[in-house]
Structures are given as C-alpha cells and as structure tokens.
Design a protein around this ligand. Structure first.
Ligand SMILES: Nc1ncnc2c1ncn2[C@@H]1O[C@H](COP(=O)(O)OP(=O)(O)OP(=O)(O)O)[C@@H](O)[C@H]1O
Length: 316
C-alpha cells in the first residue's frame, strides 16, 4: 500500500560540505508514518551525516531536514516525538545500564517503571547493574535502542542497528520494527546491507557518495529484479532470430561466446518450448533471478565504480 499520509520526515535538497568535500549532496526523500524506511548505502555514503543533520547534531550547508514542517531544534517536545540511536552514540563507560537510562529519562518524562520495562524488553535486565564499559557491541546496541524508546516516540531513527547483533537479535529487531510501524509510527533505519533489513522495510532510500540513487517502495525495488535466461547451443543465430521474432530482449555483452545468449524478461520454460517448437537444439538453459541484494549492489557499484562493495571477484 502506498503512503497517503503526510510525511513524518522530509529531507529537501540537503547538502553537507566538509571543507572542499561534499559528503551529502542535494538529498531529498520522505519517511512516512506506519512504514519502515530503509536508508541504505555503502560505508561512507553519508548516512550518518544525514541523520546527524536531521537530529540537529550537524548543521546543513544548505537544504533542510524536518519533522512535519519543523526542524528538530524547533520541535516543542523533541524527546517525545523523536527517538534516535546513532552509530557513534557515546556511553559513559563507568555508568551502569540502568543509570545510563536514568540520565536520559527525565527529558522525556519516563518513570523508573518505563526503564524496567525497556531493560526487560531489550533482554538486558540481568545486566542492568553492570557498567556499560563491560558491554559487548550487541548489548550496547540494545541499550542504545532502549534509550531511543524511553519516550515511546512517534518517529524512531536507528543508525545501523543490526551492527553487533547476533542472528537472534537481528530476527528480534525485524519483528520489533514491523510491530512499531504497525502502531502508526515512522521508522527510519540505516544499513549498509539491504539483506539485513529487507524483511523489515516497506520503503527503500539508497544513497552513494552522498547522492540519492534510488527511492521507492520495497515492492517496486523487487520488480527491478528481472530474471534472465542464459541459453547455449550450436545454433545461436537461429535462437537470435527466434528472440527477435518473439520480441524477447537480448542482453548485450560482446564478451559473450558465440555459442551462448542471454535473454531478459522471459522464463526458461517459455524459451525452452519456443526453441523446441522451432527445432533449435539447446545444450544449456539456465534461469537466473537476481536477489534484491544483487539489485542493490548493482545500483551502488554503478554509482561507485571503484567501490569495494559487493559484486565482483575476490581480489587476487
Ligand atoms: N566531521 C567530519 N569532518 C570531515 N569529514 C566527515 C565528518 N563526518 C563525516 N565525514 C566524512 O563524510 C563521509 C560520509 O560519512 P558518514 O559517516 O556520513 O557515512 P555513512 O554512510 O554513515 O558510512 P558508515 O556506514 O561507514 O557509517 C565520509 O567520507 C566521512 O569521512
């Protein structure tokens, strides 16, 4: 279902320059209530910088980032409207988990009961009296999420929340995010891997080098994962003719051997039947459906040709 509500977050032409480097460039996208939006991009793409500008922790060079029509600094009760966990969250290492939450609780009017509830909910009740300095990355991640949830916010912003979580924690987070959005809340969650959040998100915003490269629903992104069929045999000229007559798309590639062909937008069964009917001998018929992660990585590598991320071979 496409959103019909007013956006909870609006990013408009947001730009951040550090010295001569533009790390976020004219970025625009919306985040809607009742939906989980995945904010995706490789390391260094500008995700954290964008979130920091949204939360008033960094000043935009130009453009705006707002909640409704208000910047974070102008919100009447920001702690109650917005809860955030940012990657570089600082914890006082000598403080216990409970004391950490006690420091933040007054700003959002959270009582001791809410702290207990969250420690239990995040599975760190047993560690409530332990110093945060002794916490694993996953436990810090849970404590950071507990802090973001203190005020039961309408808008939840999480920067790389899966970092350091074990598979069980990731599965838990997935369910939690879905349930949170189902209560009509807006959730913006950043990640450098679509795979880690794809079961949680409704919408995807992909950036690379600070620039927007894709924004759509997850369903529309899925539609871009078009299957291809690789065919090999002794009569590829005949198959080429057949493909042209049938209006199938032949995928280019001069590196391809003369004995093979790749077709897009048609299934293996249909190709096999048409070739059989035309008396064309086939030796191979392989359907390849790219995963969502493949589509994401291809987008990113097209925008960052020298990126080390994802596709390609292990360097030798
Ligand atoms: N205070 C700063 N001064 C100068 N450059 C900065 C500053 N903060 C971030 N950058 C640079 O901006 C770019 C974007 O960084 P950012 O942390 O926003 O990326 P990211 O998408 O969150 O990446 P990651 O997944 O690695 O956290 C990086 O090249 C980073 O070095």
């Amino acid at each position: 279902m496409e959103p019909t509500t007013a956006p909870a977050i609006s990013i408009r032409s947001l730009t951040k320059r550090y010295g001569a480097r533009e790390v976020v460039s004219k970025l625009s996208f919306d985040v809607h209530p009742g939906r989980v939006t995945g904010f995706l991009g490789p390391n260094g793409a500008g995700k954290t910088t964008t979130l920091r500008m949204l939360l008033g922790l960094a000043r935009p060079t130009s453009g705006s980032a707002s909640f409704g029509h208000l910047a974070y600094a102008d919100l009447p009760d920001p702690g109650k409207l917005v809860g955030a966990s940012i990657a570089a969250d600082a914890f006082h290492p000598g403080r216990t988990a409970r004391d950490h939450l006690r420091v933040y609780a007054p700003a959002v009017g959270a009582a001791e009961r809410r702290i207990d509830e969250l420690l239990g909910f995040l599975g760190i009740a047993d560690a409530a009296q332990r110093r945060v300095g002794e916490f694993s990355t996953g436990m810090r991640q849970r404590l950071s999420l507990a802090t973001a949830l203190l005020g039961d916010p309408q808008v939840l912003i999480l920067d790389e929340p899966t970092n350091g979580l074990d598979p069980e924690g990731i599965a838990w987070l997935r369910e939690f995010l879905r349930a949170y959005a189902a209560r009509g809340r807006a959730v913006l969650v950043s990640s450098h891997m679509l795979l880690e959040v794809q079961q949680s998100v409704d919408d995807v915003v992909v950036i690379a080098r600070g620039t927007l490269i894709h924004a759509s629903s997850l369903a529309d992104l899925s539609a871009m994962a078009v299957a291809t069929v690789r065919v090999a045999g002794p009569d590829m000229a005949g198959l080429r003719d057949l493909a042209t007559r049938r209006g199938w798309t032949i995928v280019g590639g001069s590196h391809r051997a003369a004995s093979e062909l790749e077709l897009r937008g048609i299934g293996a069964a249909a190709v096999g039947k048409a070739a059989f009917d035309a008396g064309i001998e086939l030796h191979e018929l392989v359907e390849n459906r790219p995963s969502l992660e493949d589509v994401f990585l291809q987008m990113v590598s097209a925008a960052e040709p020298d990126s080390h991320v994802g596709v390609g071979q292990v360097p030798s």
